[in-house]
Write a protein that binds this ligand. Sequence first.
Ligand code: URA
Length: 207
Amino acid sequence: MTKLIKHPLIEIKLTKMRDENSSHIVFKKNLNEIGSLMVYEILRNYKPKVKKIKTPTNSITNGKTFNNDIVIVPILRAGLGMVAGIETLIPQAKIGHIGIFRNNKTFQVEEYFYKIPIVSKKAEIIVVDPMLATGVTAINAINKIKKDGYKNIRFVCLVAAPEGLLKLEKKHPDIDIYIVAIDKKLNDKKYIIPGLGDSGDRIFGTK
Ligand code: URA
């Protein structure tokens, strides 16, 4: 199911990211802050386990703690820009990486890196990429993670193109998709319009 997360703070931060005059410092800062704000919603239905603790008043009380591993999996390279923001709220999260792209000549999807921490197949896997454009890389990244046996996978991005979102929903109807904006369309170079440009370049200042 797709969950569109709406919040004025997110809209203000996303506007800063869309602005072509924002530097990579501003872009990265706002991307990470949106990542932190999104986590709150992403884990809304997470079921923590009971943890008995003793408080400074010598009282025993039942609190809550994480009950399984949480793994953030950025799709390289732009997904890296969301990791720090999510880690702020889940510092114990482990990090996997997936390097995947669509070859512009062959149009085939090529994977060049894949490493997921050794965790239970019941771990919460949070796949992140700021942009969902054609949907091809997200679909293939999730295929790969599912093939490895992981069951609890979510996909988190900022801006989606309607066509990419539809494709991802169709291929992986069991996955929860979290986004903050659905834009108008893709242009002929597969960039999201109005979008925010090449998110990797804007995060890392490579352009
Ligand atoms: N990836 C980006 O970084 N930007 C787009 O608009 C589409 C894909």
